[in-house]
Design a protein around this ligand. Structure first.
Ligand code: NOJ
Length: 542
């Protein structure tokens, strides 16, 4: 199908935590392959696999040491070939994480850069600079790393003397590449070809907007980096080059931009000749309340329209407090790390029942608004965040880098509960999973929810089936009902053949639904009306 990605449902797999086939307590590729029927039944169009490449795993694979090898933790290249073929046999496309902003400090390029010394062509692949002050013992600038602390780390020169500093937007083990160096572009285009040749359907591009830094690295008032990404930034040349690589392959291979930039900046990466999709994180930041959700929808659609791009909706991912927990506390913004954001907040004592109810309502918005939607594993089960992991078990580098002040993202990365009534819930043959699973998840397993008509999983399955049956959902032209009360979101989605009305009630008064066929409601109607914190789809009589 042409442009399959425009309204695709893409399921995000966090490979460590999806399914463990070899019993070491960590998820792997064979585990994913063994669970593909579950994803086919759910009704997803494509997978996005978090990074599975050879890596010291300092940032759980976002520190790549070899872009063409699978980390033994996850399996082998042959396992990946089997996974791709098995997914394709079920009509599911496979997209991979692509991490071009930085390598691991164990990547051969970085190791040789340190060995080759000052002024070498090897160092020109990264950002090495002399320090300031006596003996160059102060960092070259005041830029701060996203994970905390300075963005600069000093190396020891081959002769043993204190040496130059290198720049890293994230952890010290993730040195940033110098994208002004044509050798870097050539290498990464080649990496894309390596995976495209193996049948991969596209890439989610990590820190996609962050590749180019101001090479002068001037001090800034608050230590923020200067990362040019406007219309004329050379970063767009990179994406035009990536697009040429993708377009040289048959079958609509895609690139998905990960960025937390403003909508208008994001849209620049979606201009003709650049990438296909870019995440909108506005649903991550929103409410859930009618005003902020409506703003999320209108601003994203308005920014994308001039470049003819589809929106890409997200409420959950591996970097953000799970939405059930977020919505349970009605905190505006939570999350250990959201791209482009420095803010972090801990959710205290959320009301998870209220959160789950609101998450059900938002799911019906997410799956209705025009565009693609990315679902994060476990979102379809309504998993909450796990915020009481003992400090001794925390794994996210944010915990160390923040001097034990920010717990990080482990709470949204707990392994998937598949079946049974106690940990590890069918995730692994080992009782020792890489992060512990809560005993309280017995009712949240795939097995339990598949048998429960009122579960989150049943809601997602129903909604995804309806979305396939009714082309207005996820695809129709959106028109707001301006007569709806301020606490209610109501809009029509229209195609030539039908109109579906979407209503979400975030007020306290039950809402009367329009005449038509009720396709689905996030909770049972009360006396025919839509109660608070609930949403419904109604096929309108024409
Ligand atoms: C964004 C990824 O989603 C996140 O998990 C990672 O830590 C950073 N980029 C750095 O690669």
């Amino acid at each position: 199908m042409a442009e399959w990605w425009r309204d695709a449902i893409v399921y995000q797999i966090y490979p460590r935590s999806f399914a463990d086939a070899n019993g070491d307590g960590v998820g792997d590729l064979r585990g994913i392959t063994a669970r593909l029927d579950y994803l086919a039944d759910l009704g997803v169009d494509a997978l996005w696999l978090g990074p599975v490449f050879a890596s010291p795993q300092v940032d759980h694979g976002y520190d790549v040491a070899d872009y063409r090898a699978i980390d033994p933790l996850f399996g082998t290249l042959a396992d990946m070939d089997v996974l791709i073929a098995a997914a394709h046999a079920r009509g599911i496309r496979v997209t991979l994480d692509f991490v071009p902003n930085h390598t691991s400090d164990q990547h051969p390029w970085f190791r040789t850069a340190v060995e080759a010394g000052r002024g070498s062509p090897e160092r020109a692949r990264y950002h090495f600079r002399d320090g300031r002050g006596p003996g160059g013992n102060r960092p070259p600038s005041n830029w701060c790393a996203v994970f905390g602390g300075s963005s600069w780390t000093r190396v020891t020169e081959p002769d043993g003397s204190p040496g130059q500093w290198y720049y890293h937007l994230f952890a010290a083990e993730q040195p940033d590449l110098n994208w002004a160096n044509p050798e870097v572009l050539a290498e990464f285009c080649d990496v894309l070809r390596f995976w495209l040749d193996r049948g991969v359907d596209g890439f989610r591009i990590d820190v996609a907007d962050g590749l180019i830094k101001d090479p002068a690295f001037p001090d800034t008032p608050d230590g923020s980096p200067i990362i040019p990404k406007g219309a004329d930034s050379p970063v767009h040349e990179v994406y035009r080059a990536f697009r040429r690589v993708l377009d040289a392959y048959p079958g609509d291979r895609i690139g998905v931009i990960e960025t937390g930039a403003d909508d208008e900046i994001v849209a620049l990466f979606l201009r003709p000749g650049e990438m296909h999709l870019a995440f909108s994180f506005r649903f991550v930041h929103a409410g859930p309340d009618a005003a902020s959700l409506r703003e999320a929808v209108t601003r994203t659609l308005a920014a994308n329209a001039p470049v003819g791009a589809s929106a890409t909706w997200v409420t959950d991912n591996h970097d953000t407090t799970r939405s059930v927990t977020r919505y349970g506390s009605l905190t505006k913004l939570v999350g250990a790390y959201i791209p482009g954001e420095r803010r972090t907040k801990v959710v205290t004592a959320p009301d998870l029942a209220a959160g789950a109810r609101r998450a059900r309502a938002v799911a019906l918005l997410l799956l209705a608004v025009p565009g693609a939607a990315f679902l994060y594993q476990g979102q379809e089960l309504g998993l909450p965040n796990v915020d009481d992991l003992p400090e001794s078990l925390l794994q996210d580098p944010i915990w160390e880098r923040s001097g034990h002040t920010v717990r990080g993202r482990d709470g949204c990365r707990i392994p998937m509960p598949w079946a049974g009534d106690r940990p590890p819930f069918g995730f692994s043959a080992s009782p020792r999973t890489w992060l512990p699973m809560p005993d309280s998840w017995a009712g949240l397993t795939v097995e339990a929810e598949a048998a429960d008509l009122s579960s989150m999983l049943t809601l997602y399955r129903d909604a995804l089936r309806l979305r396939r049956e009714h082309r207005a959902l996820g695809r129709g032209a959106l028109r707001w009902d301006e007569a709806a009360s301020p606490d209610v979101l109501a809009f029509d989605l229209a195609t030539a053949d039908e109109t579906v009305r979407v209503v979400a009630n975030f007020g306290t008064t039950p809402v009367t639904l329009p005449a038509g066929e009720l396709l689905v409601a996030s909770v049972p109607l009360e006396e025919g009306r839509l109660p608070r914190d609930a949403a419904a789809w109604v096929r309108r009589r024409s």
